[in-house]
Write a new protein. Structure first.
Length: 195
């Protein structure tokens, strides 16, 4: 059995600033704290240039009360079920490529709806396949991409996604690198931002 350096020794509970050693108790406390932080971010703008540093800032702001490693890329390889995420030695390179491509596309601004949905689905799929954090990838991605979408003129209604469908579409992207399932999933939740 591999020892996870992010967990308390001899447990499967992530080390945390709350001193909690029970995974279920940590999950409850984290959910409550992170919910407050996420609501704060939804009501504000996190300054940045939609690059790796900006993504790390989002993670730090969301998880800073729970983990001392908030805002830092993971240091080991991780997987979920049968899907392995980006190898740790490739993290920085993949993030650099992703954000260079995003900047070249002018951060998805001025796109018609169909083009935006396709580009946004690909961005979401790739960011999820990279999975740069040990914990909190989905919540960080959604907060980061909500703000990016708003700057591009779109509202992303993440709250309407069903978790199993989202996980399945992300898994499809991770195994095929094709955004078809994500496009289908995201199309109903992307609308023009009210002026």
């Amino acid at each position: 059995m591999d020892v996870d350096p992010y967990c308390w020794p001899g447990t499967t509970c992530l080390r945390n600033l709350l001193g909690i050693h029970d995974p279920k108790e940590l999950d409850r406390a984290e959910h409550e704290i992170v919910g407050v932080r996420t609501a704060e971010l939804t009501a504000s703008v996190v300054p940045g240039t939609y690059d790796t540093a900006h993504l790390l800032r989002f993670h730090r702001l969301i998880f800073r009360d729970v983990y001392d490693w908030a805002g830092q890329p993971r240091t080991g390889d991780i997987s979920k079920g049968s899907v392995s995420f980006c190898r740790v030695q490739d993290l920085q390179h993949r993030l650099d490529l992703l954000f260079t491509h995003l900047a070249a596309r002018r951060f998805l601004a001025s796109l018609e709806r169909d083009a935006f949905v396709v580009a946004f689905a690909s961005l979401y799929g790739e960011l999820n396949a990279i999975h740069p954090f040990r914990e909190g990838n989905g919540r960080t991605q959604r907060a980061f991409l909500r703000q990016l979408g708003a700057h591009a003129g779109w509202t992303i209604a993440w709250q309407h996604l069903e978790r199993a469908a989202n996980d399945g579409a992300c898994r499809d992207y991770a195994t095929t690198s094709k955004p078809d399932s994500l496009i289908k999933l995201l199309t109903p939740i992307i609308e023009p931002r009210p002026q």
